[in-house]
Ligand binder design. Sequence first.
Ligand code: TYM
Length: 334
Amino acid sequence: MSKKKLAFSGVQPTGNLHLGNYLGALKNFVSLQKEMECIYCVVDLHAITVFQKPEELRNNVLETVASFLATGLDSEKSIIFNQSAVSGHAELAWILNCVSRMGWLNRMTQFKDKAGADKEKASVGLYIYPNLMAADILLYKATHVPVGADQKQHLELSRDIAQKFNNDFNCKNFFPLPEALIPKNVSRIMSLRDGTKKMSKSEESDYSRINLKDTADEINKKIKKAKSDSEQIPDNLKSLEKKPEALNLLNIYSEISRNSLDKVLIEMSGKEYSYLKTKLAEVLVETIAPVGKEIKKLLGDRSHLEQILKKGKQKANIIAEENLKNIREKVGLI
Ligand code: TYM
């Protein structure tokens, strides 16, 4: 097995990135840069599993790169590129379509959620999406994959596919089994309007999420309007079990203010949620508003962002082609 540690992760360019993306994934992307070689991909081929307007898709790819940079990714340290620029993703995805099993894909809960009631109308791409995700990771023989909790099942499938490939082609340890790196307390940031749903780009109400591009004013308004609880803040986690919105706000505050949840509960217990909201809005404005400003600034120079993608593509392609050569050989493709 390759002993070298390598992190890979992807983010879909489908519009505004939000606080969930930041705490669940991007923050980890940045800290991993100090520990290992990192490859971060704007997964445009994943985005088109649901129809995207071409002009919006092009803009969203650049905006995602700007968000990567604004949250602290360094294009000299990490490889940053868009998925469709390296054709190996699509090629390996096809090979893995032939390794992965229908039964495995049928269990994927995200497909069921995204396809909704009328599965017959979902694109075939949406159904085999997890195989492309496995290809993304295995194309680089990545060992670590920083993601939020919603990607856990896809990561397990990637491991199953890697294992089956290694068995089928009698090449034990050819693909390392990738390890998911999922943050402990903020692996699933919930909607500000409904604590049982995850914060997401697709939820209709913009008040359900803090976008990375939000201004201080917008952040203040959204936190003020966020659902919380009419009782005072308790001193223990058990009392928050049936109060998902309150727990979500406390979790976000704990993570952004870099204090443990226990410490936050000591600070907040007996106070009204309006007190927490004032403090939370303060730390969020301090952390997120500068990111939003930076994204907007970076978007003013599109050619700089395109240049980063071009350089990233070249570096990613070298690794991908080398691995693909061996993969083709294992499979018997001339
Ligand atoms: P995507 O674009 O939906 O989300 C990007 C990252 O953000 C995390 N995330 C969250 N974390 C915590 N709370 C939330 N509310 C929240 N919402 C999103 C996601 O878990 C993810 O880490 N399939 C992937 C993209 C992908 C990928 C890959 C990831 C394609 N190929 C290979 C890793 C490795 C996706 O749709 O993420």
